[in-house]
Design a binder for this molecule. Structure first.
Ligand code: MN
Length: 250
């Protein structure tokens, strides 16, 4: 495949979910210090022009105080893998039909598929690496600039926690709760997301997300989503979230 096709694929996907500030290409950011996410984080393989599923950054049972091993296995190996597959498929279909202007409906269909699956891939990649075990220092509170910004924009860490948990718990149907950086006002916001992309506004840079699809918690928590979100707070990787915050502000 031609290199320019590869580049078009990647840029098309990123533009689709309206988070242009989120992902840096590998050449722009070989270091993870300078981007919230890199294409390497997303398993982008330039040789095949496809995304691949990166492994979990810890053992399947590492977060068992909050999320059980079986849920982690199914969620990562089956659900997340499905988004990666759907993303590659949508990119391929769009490449086939993108320049055929006689069938706009197909473009709309596959663009929608791209938006959903690329959202799914990005969201889950941020989700896994936004957590770590309690033994490894997960949970607690952020420090430094992120701590200051949370106090400034929410009043206190406690008020942020309350708002974040409420937003995540009250997502209608399937979706996510997010802490995002809004680069125009340079402020932190808590937002809801439906499905893998809906309701997220253009320019919002996701810093920390909790997956509240039932597949994320149902085996252990059944209908008790609030309990799951509460347990999630105990495995947040605030060091990684702070790193993302610094990258987003650049
Ligand atoms: Mn999920």
């Amino acid at each position: 495949m031609q290199p320019d096709i590869t580049r078009r694929n990647a840029l098309a996907g990123i533009a689709a979910i309206g988070v242009g500030g989120l992902v840096a290409t590998s050449t722009q950011a070989s270091s993870t210090e300078s981007a919230v996410l890199t294409l390497d984080d997303l398993g982008w393989d330039p040789a095949t022009s496809q995304y691949t599923l990166p492994p979990l950054p810890y053992a399947y049972d590492a977060l068992s105080t909050a999320i059980d091993e079986q849920t982690m296995r199914i969620h990562h190996d089956k659900h997340h893998a499905g988004y990666v597959r759907g993303l590659n498929n949508a990119l391929a279909k769009l490449d086939e039909i993108r320049w055929d202007h006689t069938d706009g409906k197909l473009i709309q269909h596959w663009q929608r598929q791209l938006s959903f699956h690329m959202g799914g891939h990005i969201n889950h990649t941020l989700f896994w690496s936004g957590m770590k075990s309690e033994m490894s220092g997960g949970g607690g509170q952020p420090t430094g600039n992120l701590n200051q910004a949370i106090k400034r924009d929410f009043g206190s860490f406690g008020k942020f926690t309350k708002q974040f948990k409420l937003a995540a718990t009250k997502v209608e149907g399937s979706g996510w709760g997010w802490l995002v950086y809004e680069p125009l006002s340079k402020r932190l916001l808590v937002t809801q997301m439906q499905n893998q992309q809906d309701m997220m506004f253009a320019g919002a840079i996701p810093l920390l997300g909790v997956d509240v699809w039932e597949h994320a918690y149902y085996l252990k928590y059944q209908n008790r989503r609030a309990d799951y979100v509460g347990a999630f707070m105990g495995v947040i990787d605030w060091d990684e979230t702070s790193r993302r915050f610094e990258a987003a502000r650049k």
